[in-house]
Design a protein. Structure first.
Lengths: 117, 110
């Protein structure tokens, strides 16, 4: 398998503050990492694709200035929710791709629960 | 429009029985399809991958089929156990991206 960690697992912040979430692949190098958000009883929605050393690719409707992504190394990507508001409260999950032969499999982190008051 | 539908939101079965979950899709041409397990408040855990040219894949008590003509995948949990209780997500792989269904929550009664 492959292990992906996220930190913090849970964060509560005041409206208007910024929150940084880290995603690390612990035992493999990942050229591509993905950021998702998930609302209760809903499917995971892809927010952006992050490649090491280049700018992230955002999905339609996701504000790149609101959700800043930095992929500094092959094992670390960060998502910063800037000037968070209550509607940004959600479950944020990252994944990292691991290449096995010709197949890329996404391995997910445990998620970060964000609550904006 | 593109759509991924998982048969039902919830499935309750007796321990020892086989759970069968359905994933149907429209307006996708996935090169592969994956199934994940998600427990409450946790990230998805990868279970199985099946490619478009594969009909069936097995892993221990799990079996996945993939019919690109019907645009459907079936996911079976045989000899189910209470520990199998979780939400199961199907995900379609196109290019390098995954698109997820909303999931089916399986509850296995002892």
């Amino acid at each position: 398998g492959a292990v992906v960690s996220q930190h913090p697992s849970r964060v509560i912040c005041k409206s208007g503050t910024s929150v940084k979430i880290e995603c690390r692949s612990l035992d493999f190098q990942a050229t591509t990492m993905f950021w998702y958000r998930q609302f209760p009883k809903k499917s995971l929605m892809l927010m952006a694709t992050s490649n090491e050393g280049s700018k992230a690719t955002y999905e339609q409707g996701v504000e790149k200035d609101k959700f800043l992504i930095n992929h500094a190394s092959l094992t670390l990507s960060t998502l910063t929710v800037t000037s968070a508001h209550p509607e940004d409260s959600s479950f944020y999950i990252c994944s990292a791709t691991k290449l096995s032969g010709s197949t890329e499999t996404q391995y997910f982190g445990p998620g970060t629960r964000l609550l904006v008051l | 429009s593109q759509k991924i539908e998982q048969n039902s939101e919830a499935l309750n079965i007796q321990e020892g029985k086989t759970a069968t979950l359905t994933c149907n899709y429209t307006n996708y041409s996935p090169a592969y399809l994956q199934w994940y397990r998600q427990d409450p408040g946790r990230g998805p855990v990868f279970l199985l991958l099946i490619r478009e040219n594969e009909k069936e894949k097995r892993k221990e008590r799990l079996k996945v089929t993939f019919d690109t003509t019907l645009k459907q995948s079936l996911f079976h949990i045989t000899a189910s156990q209470p520990a199998d209780s979780a939400t199961y997500l199907c995900a379609l792989g196109e290019d390098y991206k995954l698109s997820f269904g909303a999931g089916t929550t399986v509850t296995v009664r002892a």
